[in-house]
Design a protein around this ligand. Structure first.
Ligand SMILES: C[S@@+](CC[C@H](N)C(=O)[O-])C[C@H]1O[C@@H](n2cnc3c(N)ncnc32)[C@H](O)[C@@H]1O
Length: 746
């Protein structure tokens, strides 16, 4: 939703076509065992030369374009290792996933990172191949060389061999769970061929533990985890084992493996020797998994039993605050704004608040979100932390002002999106691989007809399906600005360009908000602050009613909207779409012509022919077969707003009010007692809130300012409505008075 879709952009179309052609050509050789594989030495030399060339390159790297291709999906391996049979590179067939097999390889080169991490590997028979590893942690999280480097040994489950984009042959691993690292001392060490084993180590459990401690000190948590694990295997002393587990819990915590950290602390919280640190680490792990009640319980026990513990009290206060936030709609937006201006990535330490809504079946639409009681216009329905969020830093925030443009190209679905979507997939893959307890709630998200693997655990390790995650992201992702404040709305207000035209390259997944189905005639509106999504009601909603928002900016045209929504696989049946679908063709043509005329008339802002404009607006409105409450005239609201501003500036408040009200009426608002001259005894009253657009607040501000002179008794009501509409737009109303100061022209 609101992601930057470039599927029909001519600039990127050739990328998609080229990749499709490459795939078509490769398909012709599916099943073939190539006889012209390059020698291992040749592959190594070619890789070294390419390293050299890229290190000497003088290319301007300040503007780079990265494209990631989603290949045809395939399932991850779910076969137990003990049931897999070995295979060798010389037996591999092109385009085949060698199900039921495993391939052992040793890395011969240092890695390079493009979209994938690439190395040259050899098998036990000395045959070589390129190995491409996808979905590995980003460089800023874990250095590439710590993921894979010369001398490392890996086992590939169900190995996939293919023709790569440069025409050479290679092994490709898309599912992180299909790759198993084999070390001299770790699990599966018996699988390591003798001649690949280095000299036997005579280190004791204590030596490994100390090595782990050093690695934690160097922030190499992934290595520390391996060292502590080896120490645990070697140790025969129960007390020593407890300390090692405690230390490993810390390494897990810092590595983002919160499930494993919890597992390591379990039981240790009951032993006198380990209790203090175990409770602290347990509380931190629960906190990161957003289980604030369990975190609070652990921190409370820590504070009760070890009152002198330095971290306990602030952590207890933190989890207590999060629990309060989960149940209260009062959010300190001013504090959040202060924090977020300096916070990069803009990920807030705050809990999700879920308002009066619940997930239920929505006939014909899968699941949806429904109100559990009557809701008032402007009420907060959701303030939700992203499950995963990838921030697209603007060039000025990057070193040397470098800008990176990424496009994700799905050859299978012909979809191309620009932004951080590819990073988002990797982030989620890593998050779930490290924290399998989160898999069930993520997998509940809509994934179309994709059939995931039947197992989520194999050999006690999580199975993570990259293509399921890709499908879920594709259906549920939101493109988002860092702030939906007045500043990000400014271009909209100044140029009249819709919000979606302001490109949202940051992306995220919100589990609850993703359950909201689409309607062009929405009854709620989303906005963003950092990694939080805010959803507010835009009208009064009865109890047990489904809430909807727009996945794409409504076009008002059924056929166009069908195209816009094609990736979600449904047609919108809202009042606007139905009116456009059923209206006579001649009327639709007249509407289109009239719309073009209107555009032409308002294009010359400085010399608008007002009479012509008003005539044309009447023509446009006459082309509708239903009332504005049933089919809002979404395209002309902004024109009325322009007119209201014009008359306001010309000191003609009565005309300004008439135009602002006309605009609101076009959106389906039913308002009483708002016209000038005001009628005594007829109060300002909104009978029905209409279709919401971002600058509805401005219409009310025009009313408020005009009333100041001619109907002061209506000022407060108009101000209240403006404030409410403003909060629907940007999520909060604390900045309203600064943005729309009284007495200052909008
Ligand atoms: C982001 S999900 C919304 C939640 C989803 N209904 C579920 O069960 O999890 C998007 C998918 O919901 C369905 N959907 C959303 N709005 C719809 C609508 N107005 N009519 C029919 N299906 C809709 C489509 O299958 C779409 O691909």
């Amino acid at each position: 939703m609101d992601v930057h879709d470039v599927s029909t952009d001519q600039q990127f179309f050739p990328h998609l076509q080229r990749q499709k052609q490459t795939l078509e050509n490769a398909k012709k050789r599916d099943g073939e065992i190539p006889t012209d594989r390059k020698s291992t030495q040749h592959l190594i030399t070619a890789t070294m030369l390419s390293h050299l060339a890229s290190s000497m390159s003088t290319m301007d790297m300040r503007h780079s374009l990265h494209s990631s291709f989603v290949p045809p999906p395939y399932l991850p391996s779910t076969t137990f290792l003990a049931q897999l049979q070995p295979i060798y590179i010389r037996e591999l067939q092109l385009g085949v996933h060698h199900r039921g097999r495993y391939l052992l390889v040793r890395v011969l080169t240092i890695p390079t990172r493009m979209t994938a991490i690439m190395v040259i590997v050899e098998d036990e028979k000395g045959d070589g191949s390129t190995l491409q590893l996808y979905q590995q942690p980003n460089e800023n999280i874990r250095p590439t060389a710590s993921v894979v480097t010369r001398g490392d040994v890996f086992l590939l489950k169900d190995p996939f061999f293919k023709i790569m984009s440069d025409g050479n042959y290679g092994l490709r691993v898309d599912h992180v769970s299909d790759l198993i690292r084999i070390t001299r001392h770790g699990t599966y060490r018996e699988l390591m061929p003798k001649f690949w084993k280095g000299p036997k180590s005579y280190k004791s459990a204590d030596d490994w533990k100390l090595q782990g401690n050093d690695e934690v000190g160097r922030e190499e948590y992934w290595s520390a985890i391996e060292s502590y694990s080896t120490a645990l295997e070697l140790s025969t002393d129960d007390e020593e084992k407890q300390i090692i587990r405690l230390n490993r819990a810390l390494a897990h915590l810092r590595n983002g493996d919160f499930d494993a950290a919890l597992k390591d602390t379990k039981g240790l919280d009951l032993l006198a020797r380990t209790k203090e640190k175990a409770l602290y680490r347990m509380g931190q792990a629960y906190y990161q998994l957003e289980d604030y009640s369990s975190s609070k319980a652990a921190m409370q026990a820590l504070c009760d039993q070890f009152p002198g513990h330095q971290g306990g009290t602030p952590e207890l206060a933190r989890s207590t605050l999060r629990i309060a936030e989960e149940t209260t709609a009062k959010i300190d937006f001013k504090r959040i704004y202060k924090k977020i201006s300096k916070l990069r990535p803009p990920h807030l330490d705050h809990a999700t608040f879920t308002g009066p809504i619940v997930v239920k079946e929505s006939p014909g639409r899968g699941q949806g979100l429904f109100t559990i009681r009557e809701v008032k216009a402007g009420e907060l329905l959701l303030f939700e932390k992203a499950f995963a969020h990838c921030y697209a830093a603007p060039p000025e925030e990057n070193d040397n002002g470098a800008s990176k443009t990424s496009i994700l190209i799905n050859i299978h679905t012909n979809q191309m999106t620009m932004g951080t979507q590819s990073d988002l997939i990797t982030t989620i893959v890593q998050k779930l691989y490290k924290n399998p307890s989160l898999v069930p709630k993520f997998q509940e998200l809509y994934h179309g007809s994709y059939q995931p693997a039947d197992a989520t655990v194999c050999d006690d390790k999580p199975v993570v399906d990259t293509f399921l995650i890709e499908r879920i992201v594709s259906h549920n992702v939101f493109g988002c600005p860092t702030l939906s404040t007045y500043n990000s709305l400014k271009p909209l207000l100044e140029t009249g360009k819709a919000e979606q035209d302001i490109v949202n390259h940051s992306t995220g997944i919100w589990l609850k908000a993703s359950k909201i189905n689409h309607s062009c005639m929405s009854n709620c509106h989303r906005s963003f602050i950092g990694d939080f999504q805010i959803v507010r009601a835009t009208c009064n909603i009865p109890a047990d009613t489904e809430i909807h928002f727009c996945y794409r900016t409504p076009t008002g045209d059924f056929t166009e909207m069908k195209k816009e929504l094609r990736t979600w696989g449904f047609e919108c049946k809202c009042g606007i779409c139905e009116e456009s679908r059923t209206a006579p063709k001649s009327l639709l043509k007249k509407r289109k012509d009239s719309s073009m005329n209107l555009k032409r008339i308002v294009a010359n802002v400085k010399a608008i022919d007002l009479q012509r404009l008003e005539r044309q607006l009447k023509v446009y409105e006459s082309t509708f077969t239903k009332s504005a409450t049933a089919a809002p005239r979404i395209h002309i609201f902004n024109i009325y707003i322009q007119l209201a501003r014009f008359w306001g500036q010309a000191q003609m408040p009565k005309e300004s009010v008439a135009m602002a009200l006309k605009g609101l009426e076009c959106l389906g608002f039913v308002i009483h007692g708002a016209q000038l001259p005001a009628t005594a005894g007829k109060p300002f009253h909104i009978e029905k809130w209409g279709h919401f657009q971002d600058n509805v607040d401005q219409a009310f501000v025009f009313l408020r300012d005009a009333y100041a002179v001619f109907a002061p008794q209506l000022v407060e009501k108009a101000d209240e409505c403006a404030k409410l509409a403003y909060s629907m737009s940007v999520g909060e109303d604390v900045t309203f008075d600064t943005v729309y100061k009284r007495g200052q022209k909008v």
